[in-house]
Design a protein around this ligand. Structure first.
Ligand SMILES: Cc1cc2nc3c(=O)[nH]c(=O)nc-3n(C[C@H](O)[C@H](O)[C@H](O)COP(=O)(O)OP(=O)(O)OC[C@H]3O[C@@H](n4cnc5c(N)ncnc54)[C@H](O)[C@@H]3O)c2cc1C
Length: 378
């Protein structure tokens, strides 16, 4: 058998790719395994853009991690010679007094982030793409924006290669076992490999590889749409921040025009259709479009034109919508990483660093207890 690797990373979505690149940059001997083509559209990491927000309504504890992530995204851009993170500011809007925006405000206050509170009128005056009803208000935080996600994903894979990582795509992991020497042996569709540690970053498939997560990390279908605006300038990056909108029809998220024709909008829970990642229905239907149009009609009437494009993919949801980032109980050399529930991409850069630390036996720079598998009794 060839000399073991320091680490094998299985799954080359954003989490695995950033981890692989970070380990390779640190001079580790690493192997990345991906069952599909690099950049494929079967997981959660493909696509033109992802939101990065710092006023984190999901919890103030995320903010130091997003801050580090933003620094690393900028550094990735510098190394690639192209801009990966685009700052537009981020706006969370909801009926005045809503819990979600109170949590965004709290995240700012606890982490000394600059922010402004705007009512519906002020939002429209400043960002004319928004037409919110009276009684709505928003938290605007100037440091958020969007990531050129496809470029970031390919970028980490290119850097991993450049720094000596081996990548095997179109090769699926079939099984893994811990060895008597304290390492791991990974069997794939093409061969068997050994390493001192293993990072499992298999997204919607994580439950297949970690049986304790089978009923906890659940893939759910989501659909994104791009719609023709009647006045595109209202939605240009300099006029329209990335945003989250809470309204009766759902929690919508939207982007300025960038990288593709059309105003991009998604609904966080969409129709809450659970599926397994393999057999997910990737067709789109009139009811998918109808839901997205509810968000457009409510707040973005100038973007409610022809539908230019729709795509279906999956989130991997946990019950509390926080991530899973932990060592496998009883097998410390196996690290389980499933940062999804629809908000994990922005952390890809920092989790690459955190997971590389864990794989190398170093103490990560953040308290990861909120991501422990044990919180579900797993
Ligand atoms: C529609 C949508 C919108 C989103 N919007 C945002 C956003 O705006 N901001 C944000 O921060 N986050 C967002 N997210 C979430 C974010 O994209 C995900 O959290 C992130 O991409 C998850 O990455 P991952 O690498 O953990 O998983 P994945 O990207 O799913 O990667 C897992 C990889 O493992 C591979 N794999 C599985 N099994 C095997 C095996 N046996 N052998 C080898 N390889 C295997 C898969 O093929 C896949 O490539 C969004 C997600 C979706 C779907």
């Amino acid at each position: 058998m060839p000399k073991p690797y320091d680490c094998i990373v299985v799954g080359l979505g954003i989490t695995g790719s950033a981890t692989l690149a970070t380990l390779a940059a640190r001079g580790q001997r690493v192997l990345g395994i991906e069952r599909f083509d690099l950049g494929h559209a079967m997981g959660s990491s493909h696509g033109i853009t992802r939101i990065i927000r710092l006023a984190y309504f999901e919890g103030a504890a995320y903010v130091p991690m997003v801050r580090r992530a933003a620094t690393l995204w900028q550094a990735l851009g510098t190394r690639l010679g192209e801009k990966v993170m685009h700052v537009t500011g981020s706006l969370d809007c909801a009926p005045a007094g809503a819990t979600a925006t109170a949590q965004s405000r709290q995240s700012c206050l606890l982490n000394d982030l600059p922010f402004e509170e705007l009512d519906a009128k002020a939002i429209h005056a400043r960002f004319p793409g928004f037409s919110l009803p009276e009684g709505y208000a928003g938290i605007f935080q100037p440091d958020g924006g969007f990531l050129a996600s496809d470029r970031a994903l390919a970028g980490y894979q290119m850097l991993a290669n450049a720094d000596g990582a081996e990548i095997r795509a179109r090769e699926g992991m079939l099984s893994y076992k811990t060895t008597a020497e304290g390492g791991v042996r990974v069997k794939t569709t093409n061969g068997t490999y050994e390493a001192a540690s293993l990072v499992l970053a298999t997204g919607g498939w994580i439950g297949e590889h970690v049986p304790a997560l089978k009923t906890i990390a659940l893939p759910e279908r989501r659909v994104l749409g791009w719609f023709q605006p009647d006045e595109p300038a209202r939605f240009a990056p300099e006029n329209f921040p990335v945003s989250i909108l809470w309204c009766d029809a759902g929690i919508f998220y939207q982007f300025p025009l960038w990288g593709a024709a059309g105003f991009k909008i998604g609904c966080h829970y969409h129709l809450r259709q659970q599926s397994d990642a393999e057999t997910l229905d990737r067709q789109v239907y009139p009811e998918d479009e109808a839901l997205l149009r509810e968000g457009l009609a409510f707040a973005f009437p100038h973007a409610n034109g022809a539908c230019l494009r729709m795509t279906a993919c999956h989130y991997t949801m946990t019950p509390d919508e926080h991530f899973i980032l932990d060592r496998l109980p009883g097998a410390e050399q196996v690290i389980v990483a499933s940062p999804c529930s629809g908000h994990g991409f922005k952390f890809g850069s920092v989790f690459g660093e955190v997971l590389a630390d864990m794989a190398m036996g170093r103490q990560p720079g953040f308290d990861l207890s909120m991501f422990a598998m044990g919180r579900f009794g797993a």
